[in-house]
Design a protein around this ligand. Sequence first.
Ligand SMILES: Nc1ncnc2c1ncn2[C@@H]1O[C@H](COP(=O)(O)OP(=O)(O)O)[C@@H](O)[C@H]1O
Ligand SMILES: [Mg+2]
Length: 451
Amino acid sequence: MVEIEEIGEGLRMERIGAHSHIKGLGLDENGKARVVADGLVGQVKAREAAGLVVLMAKEGKLSGKAVLLAGPPGTGKTAIAVAMARELGEGVPFIQLSGSEIYSAERKKTEVLMEAMRKAIGVKIRELRNVYEGEVKELDIKTGSSPYNPFIKVPQEAVITLKTTEEEKRIRVGPNVARQLMEYGITEGDVIMIDSKDGRVSKVGRSTESFSYDLEAEQIVPRPNGPVLKEKEFVYVLTLDDLDRMVAKRRGGGIFSLFLGVEEKEIDPEVRAAVDRQVKEWVEEGRAEMIPGVMFIDDAHLMDIEALSFISRAMESELVPIIVMATNRGITKIRGTDIESPFGMPLDLLDRLVIITTDKYGEDEVRDILKIRAKEEKVNMEEDALDLLTKLGAEKSLRYSVQILGIAGVKARSKNREKVTKEDIEEIAMRFSDVREAVGHLKKYEEELLK
Ligand SMILES: Nc1ncnc2c1ncn2[C@@H]1O[C@H](COP(=O)(O)OP(=O)(O)O)[C@@H](O)[C@H]1O
Ligand SMILES: [Mg+2]
């Protein structure tokens, strides 16, 4: 059995701050988009299409396929991908990477993609363990001299009386458990759990039965019922990548990784195969459940032919997340070749794409989106500030005005002002360029240099 406590980071999820207002696709029971719902505004056709894709995924009909969101910048491609993950359910992993991120000096791009893919697949593991659980009624820790330093006292054993509503049990524990009891500062009145096999101690909280003036915000829990020694079910959600790392660590990276903390850059394919076998076994035994999440690859046209073929191949395998890609390119060269192709993708991949297009927003939609964002960031705005921001959003880009809004909020707060004014927006917009302006700016210099 895996020692789950060694990682304990849960799901590592990509930060998706700019999309925190999105709670789902905002569809009704018939899969029709409500104009404004779940934090999403407009883009009706794309949202409804995304809803169908989610249905397909839930029924397992998406295998061998991937989704491509195609549309100009700032038309909600990332937003829709986030919404799809939300629709799939709570705790469904969402991993975001850009087509340019897969190129690094240290790692193979297929390795980067493989890792991302495994981060996007969750495994819910159910485990029955025998534990001693109860309120500590008496605790006696015996110490003795350390074998390494006779002047230091270390815990050697402990005798604990644990009490439930039903019974009382006295147990003797060895140095490993005694040390944990001391480290966690366990005292009478605490409710604790000790794993009968590996001796791991966890403090559940403070028993309601024990009166205390402790001002610290401690979890108050009832005295457990049932017997002291019992079988309990634990549920963990880990990703395939978490499991890979745990197994790789256990197999050992040699003495160097122990002392220098050198992390292995790449995980052995054999480790992954072993994890897959194990997970499949757990699923068959009913001890685990797969939670495929969303792997979102932004700017997918930046992937080269090798990376794209890897994706094509990966789509065929059993343990695969829902792959959602996004691009703002039409016909362009497939990177690493001289071939022009739609979205810069090879034909065999194009054949398996479910394509969803997103359109530019009108002013009304931009305004609604900005209002939702303002609420999400707890920013109050004067009406003419919103007007200006809307204009900037429609003229330049939505992403740009969402950014300006965020900065304006921070500024107003730092000045202790209630509301963001039109002047704030003007000032900030003057200081920060959008992409087009910045590019134009650099071009000017280039031209001067060439003179
Ligand atoms: N239809 C929408 N409803 C609500 N918010 C949206 C919508 N479309 C985009 N946004 C928000 O606007 C910003 C820019 O959109 P984004 O999804 O990054 O566009 P893209 O990925 O197409 O470049 C983000 O903060 C996003 O959450
Ligand atoms: Mg995007």
